[in-house]
Design a protein around this ligand. Structure first.
Ligand code: NAD
Length: 386
């Protein structure tokens, strides 16, 4: 069994899904690990560290040709999938709701693939949950980015020249990223307010020393998986109306609201942005799924009415070392979960393993996840009518 990591397809991606720590752990199980020349350089892992841990370093073509299991951080490109041998397995954050061509390619090549985003959010599976591990670090990095761009200091400071009021930070969406953003902003001394449509998080917000903003937008709630239920357009409009004042008073707004497998809800509109003081900063953590803020440009920073809107999509990558350690641990935990000690191979049996059944995206020439399969069909119908 040969597990392979290659330099990631997205330019600027600094994270890796295999670290020397994890290579050592996998090698102890009798797994061979191969990484491409230059692997890990973005997170400052030297080649020698991989070699000392027991990995082989090869050029890309050779590494891919020998891969039984390819692990990736971001979705692999077409050439990478095509270079894999028959029977190879791909594991990574495959972004299946948007990477339609990739899913079709994996399906048509009859490769088995595991989409880490589809791992259930249960207590048992937490150790494999890349959404959580990366969102925590992203929440932290979002606050540091905001603090860096803001002309205001975050903590209250009493100086002989006068007292500086603490920065006001408003966090919208209190999932994994939002909680870490609140904790980080509090540690920096800001006055923090937060809001989420799931009322259950109010207590968590308060326990971090922040204020929960109550808005009345009618019935809200969460799905069985703990995800937010989608609001209607009317509810979203009402939410924006009631939220405008809190946004206007904030020096920093961090939006993290996501809907699983769907475009992000529009939470802050152009009028609300215009209502903020010049010099205010918005970090839109939902930039890659359409953004929570009108005017966000994914991957860029723009200034509108003197308000800086940050659409960074590389937040976890900005703390590449720790993000890689967490990601690689998630991958190793998944491998260990599916490992057959006697056969020294992975057993991906959706009939007998609920966790694998949930995250096995393609197998035997089919797309197994119904939500992804119907998203593909809808996209095909749209293309046909266009
Ligand atoms: P997410 O990234 O899908 O969304 C971020 C937050 O945005 C969520 O809290 C959501 O409620 C909120 N949101 C959505 N629409 C909104 C709107 N219109 N206005 C304001 N907020 C809005 O969420 P996540 O961080 O992945 O977490 C989702 C849930 O899963 C949480 O309940 C979390 O505790 C749970 N979870 C469980 C586990 C586990 O048990 N293993 C692991 C991770 C997360």
């Amino acid at each position: 069994m040969n597990i392979v990591g290659i330099v990631e397809a997205t330019e600027g991606e600094r994270r890796v899904a295999l670290t020397p720590t994890v290579v050592k752990r996998l090698a102890a199980k009798g797994v061979t690990v191969t990484v491409e020349t230059g692997y890990g350089a973005g997170a400052h892992y030297p080649r020698e560290a991989f070699e000392e841990a027991g990995a082989t370093v090869q050029d890309r073509a050779e590494a891919l040709a020998g891969a039984d299991l390819l692990v990736t951080v971001v979705p692999p490109d077409a050439a990478t999938v095509d270079a894999l041998k028959e029977g190879a397995v791909v594991v990574g954050s495959l972004d299946p709701f948007r990477e339609h061509d990739l899913v079709r390619r994996l399906r048509d090549r009859k490769l088995r693939s595991i989409s880490m985003e589809l791992i259930p959010r249960t207590s048992y599976a937490q150790k494999m949950d890349v959404l959580s591990s990366q969102a925590s670090l992203a929440g932290y990095a979002a606050v540091l980015t905001a603090a860096d761009r803001s002309p205001k200091a975050f903590p209250m400071m009493s100086t002989p020249a006068g007292t500086i009021a603490p920065a006001r930070v408003f966090v919208v969406g209190v999932g994994v990223a939002g909680l870490q953003a609140i904790a980080t902003a509090k540690r920096l001394g800001a006055r923090v307010e937060a809001y989420d449509t799931r009322p259950v998080v109010a207590e968590q917000v308060r326990s971090l020393g922040a204020k929960f903003v109550e808005l009345d937008v009618g019935e809200t709630g969460e799905t069985e998986q703990g995800y937010a239920k989608e609001l209607t357009q009317e509810q979203l409009a009402e939410q924006r109306r009631q939220m405008a004042k809190v946004v206007a008073n904030a020096d920093v707004v961090i939006t993290t609201a996501q809907l699983f497998g769907r475009p992000a809800p529009r939470i802050v509109d152009a009028e609300m942005v215009a209502g903020m003081r010049p010099g205010s900063v918005i970090v839109d953590m939902a930039a890659s799924t359409g953004g929570n803020v009108e005017g966000t440009v994914a991957g860029e920073e723009v200034e509108v009415h003197g308000v800086r809107i940050v659409g960074r999509v590389d937040l976890p990558s900005s703390v590449a070392r720790d993000a890689s350690e967490m990601l690689a641990a998630n991958v190793a935990n998944l491998v260990e979960h599916a490992w057959d000690e006697e056969a020294k191979t992975l057993v991906l049996d959706p009939e007998r393993d609920d966790l694998i059944a949930a995250c096995l995206l393609t197998a035997d020439g089919t797309v197994r996840d119904e939500r992804v399969a119907s998203a593909l069909e809808a996209a095909r119908d749209e293309e046909a009518t266009a």
